[in-house]
Ligand binder design. Structure first.
Ligand code: G3P
Length: 228
């Protein structure tokens, strides 16, 4: 399962990239607003930092297919290869996905709340469809189940579109979809960091360190045992 970072915060992106195996960054207008900077400049900084070939998902704002296509072309010209054009799943968005994918442009269908939205976006040629797991949970649906259904439907109908599940608030939501085998998830830095944190692990590490220190001395490592 690919892991992406759902933020436009450069410090957060650097912190996660430093440790985690990551395939790219996803953004949306609300995420960009949180940074309070010129969105294009911020996206360029993110592109300059992430490894060559990493995915960068950038959302369009336009409301007609014609304008979405123009906006997509502009985004690609500014942010380069492996930029995925995020398009919400409304009428004109689906039309734009169909046209852009026929031109070989990578699109990510976003703001997905129902399995049929995911399926139609898949038929329109989107590379990824992004169901909003936690937002679904918050309105009384089972976000994980919706993501699973979309994943199954795409497979059953032999569509190549992948699920990029988004909107996570806890590690259990991520774990369940990882076990199920969805192709990708995107989550905020704090959720990604929580994926490996465990108090019992910290206690075990502490015990190992104390035992080694009582054997060879405080602050020593194997390197200190090198023959001089
Ligand atoms: O990528 C979509 C995602 O950003 C929505 O997440 O946390 O606003 O529900 P959230």
């Amino acid at each position: 399962m690919d892991l992406l970072i759902d933020t436009a915060n450069l410090e957060g992106i650097k912190r996660i990239y430093d440790v985690f195996p990551i395939e790219g960054v996803t953004t949306n207008p609300s995420i960009l607003k949180q940074e309070g900077k010129n969105p294009l400049e911020q996206l360029k900084k993110i592109r300059a930092f992430i490894p060559h070939g990493a995915q960068l998902h950038v959302q369009v704002i336009s409301q007609t297919a014609e304008q979405i296509i123009k906006e997509a072309e502009f985004i690609l010209s500014e942010l380069g290869d492996n930029t995925y054009i995020k398009i919400p799943v409304f009428n004109q968005g689906i039309k734009a996905m169909k046209i852009l994918s026929s031109r070989g442009i990578n699109t990510t269908a976003t703001a997905i709340y129902t399995p049929m939205q995911g399926f139609i976006a898949g038929k329109a040629g989107a590379k990824y469809v992004a169901p909003y797991v936690n937002r679904l949970d918050n309105i009384g649906f089972d976000g994980v189940d919706v993501a699973k259904n979309i994943h199954d439907m795409l497979k059953r109908h032999k569509l190549e579109t992948k699920v990029l599940a988004a909107s996570f608030k806890n590690t259990q939501q991520v774990l369940t979809l990882c076990e199920y085998g969805v192709e990708a998830i995107t989550a905020a830095p704090d959720v990604l960091e929580q994926l490996i944190n465990h108090q019992i692990t910290s206690i075990a590490i502490n015990d190992f360190n104390n035992d080694f220190a009582s054997l060879v001395g405080e602050g020593k490592t194997m390197l200190d045992l090198k023959k001089k």
